[in-house]
Design a binder for this molecule. Structure first.
Ligand SMILES: NC(=O)c1ccc[n+]([C@@H]2O[C@H](COP(=O)([O-])OP(=O)(O)OC[C@H]3O[C@@H](n4cnc5c(N)ncnc54)[C@H](O)[C@@H]3O)[C@@H](O)[C@H]2O)c1
Length: 309
């Protein structure tokens, strides 16, 4: 494949870059480095199959490719709420620009959507057919509604112009290369635990999340990228094993052997109470299932953060 990977210097993008290069594909990363880092892709820069271009996807970009992966968007609530107008612009204008490029080149497009499109779900586990429960005017909307609009664009370009667009709904994923201060729960807890600082749990910590280790997710993304036939439905990708945030905090303390205490703080607005993907479609269409258990994934991620904190 000749791949354009938008957001390739970020947490997920850097792992996807590694995976594509290992599988002998050509990769051009477009990234404005707003939340990503050149350090994540430094080791790839001398590879002849790899090109990095600093570019904001809100502006059009022309290149001959056959596959476009759109991972350009800040993903942590702290980062995406810092400049919400920029976030929704990135989701909407970035998607339009990449779809327009796909229309010109005939490329297939994979959009990194999110479990946030289900908002604070009234159904669990969340199936792809569920339309979600999203606050359209809250502080998370720039991200949630931006991603929903991007999904709409993918399906409209598919219906109207016959494009091969594939929408991936990613559930909480963690692992090496997460930024240590971007406020996501797994990196937050690990960094706090390694520094023996209080672990900040929002609310009572009884809200649930399903945590997927990054290598499992990248495996699923690769299967979707190389799937011969187009798919007609969005696809959930994540680990269906559900844990409360408090259980996660305790697991992190166990793995790190930290002296950190748990500090309870007020729940942020619109924080979803439950997240659990139904992955039966991914199992059927991609023959994919996550394999890494939470404790094993935490151990690998702790090893990474020990080298950077
Ligand atoms: N990590 C998760 O758990 C998760 C869950 C659901 C969805 N996603 C989606 O996956 C994608 C990647 O997430 P991540 O966790 O790697 O986040 P990240 O913040 O580490 O990566 C995002 C990358 O996009 C780049 N970017 C942001 N705005 C841009 C713009 N306007 N133009 C060009 N580049 C831009 C950033 O510099 C960064 O390199 C995002 O679209 C996110 O919504 C991630």
């Amino acid at each position: 494949m000749k791949v354009l990977l938008a957001g390739g210097a970020g947490f997920l993008g850097s792992h996807i870059s590694n995976n594509l290069i290992e599988n002998n594909h050509h990769v051009t990363v477009l990234d404005d480095l707003s939340t990503g880092s050149l350090t994540n892709i430094e080791h790839l820069k001398s590879n002849p199959n790899f090109t990095f271009i600093e570019h904001d996807v809100r502006e059009p970009y022309d290149i001959e490719v056959d596959t476009i992966l759109n991972f350009a968007c800040p993903a942590s609530p702290v980062a995406y709420q810092q400049d919400p107008v920029r976030t929704i612009e990135t989701n909407f204008l970035g998607m339009i620009n990449l779809l327009h490029l796909a229309k010109e080149t005939g490329a297939m497009v994979i959009q990194a959507s999110t479990s946030e499109v289900y908002g604070d779900p009234k159904e669990s586990p969340q199936q792809e057919e569920y339309w979600g429960n999203v606050n359209p005017i809250g502080i998370r909307s720039c991200y949630d509604e931006g991603k929903r609009a991007a999904e709409t664009l993918c399906f409209d370009y598919k219906r109207q112009y016959g494009l091969d667009t594939r929408v991936l709904r990613i559930f909480n994923t963690y692992g090496p290369n997460m930024s240590q201060n971007d406020g996501r729960v797994v990196s937050n807890f690990i960094v706090q635990a390694l520094k023996n600082e209080p672990i900040t749990v929002y609310g009572k910590g009884d809200q649930s999340r399903s945590f997927c280790y990054v290598s499992d997710l990248v495996d699923g993304i690769y299967k979707l990228s190389t799937l011969a036939k187009p798919i007609a439905t969005p696809l959930n990708l994540g680990n269906p094993n559900e844990f409360t945030v408090l259980e996660l905090a305790k697991s992190v303390i166990e793995v790190t052997g930290s002296k950190s205490e748990i500090l309870y703080k007020a729940l942020p607005q619109d924080d979803p109470k439950q997240r659990k993907p139904d992955i039966s479609k991914a199992i059927e269409l991609l023959e994919w299932q996550p394999e890494i258990e939470l404790l094993e994934g935490i151990r690998k991620t702790v090893d990474y953060f020990k080298s950077v904190v």
